[in-house]
Design a protein around this ligand. Structure first.
Ligand code: HEC
Length: 114
């Protein structure tokens, strides 16, 4: 019980920490992103299917940009499974645990660039 009540506060603190920095835009900095890792490629496909509507290619759209933030893995997963504010939640039937792992890898891959 204690753990559950502490989570929102922890999540907020991490969100505040991650709010710095400017979102990356589509202007190609180093050419198109080369994806060799099949796990990252799967992540990209699932991201395009489920997340890109609001976070176009990880950039800010209807929702904040998420391609430039040092969000920890558990927080990305928590946000996807539980939703927050205007973001809906995704069940395991909708986005499988393997697909969610792949999304996280894809986001980390984008972040590691530049
Ligand atoms: C219906 C639109 C919508 C979809 C689809 C969506 N999101 Fe979001 N997302 C949002 C909104 C709006 C926020 C900001 C929520 C808030 O802070 O109130 C957000 C916030 C986030 C954050 C936290 C960003 C931050 O600044 O801390 C992450 C991580 C995230 N989304 C990941 C995802 C992933 C991964 C997917 C696909 C599985 C996804 N989102 C799909 C609307 C969406």
């Amino acid at each position: 019980m204690k753990c559950i009540t502490a989570l929102p506060a922890l999540a907020l603190a991490l969100l505040a920490l991650s709010a710095c920095g400017s979102a990356r835009r589509s202007v190609p900095v180093a050419g198109p992103m080369a994806i060799a890792d099949p796990q990252v490629a799967l992540g990209e496909r699932v991201f395009m299917r489920e997340c890109s509507v609001c976070h176009p290619r990880g950039e800010a759209g209807l929702a904040p940009g998420i391609n430039n933030k040092p969000l920890p893995e558990f927080l990305i997963k928590f946000q996807v499974r539980n939703g927050l504010g205007a973001m809906l939640s995704f069940s395991e039937e909708h986005v499988s645990p393997e697909e969610l792992d792949a999304i996280v890898e894809y986001l980390e891959h984008m972040r590691g660039r530049g």
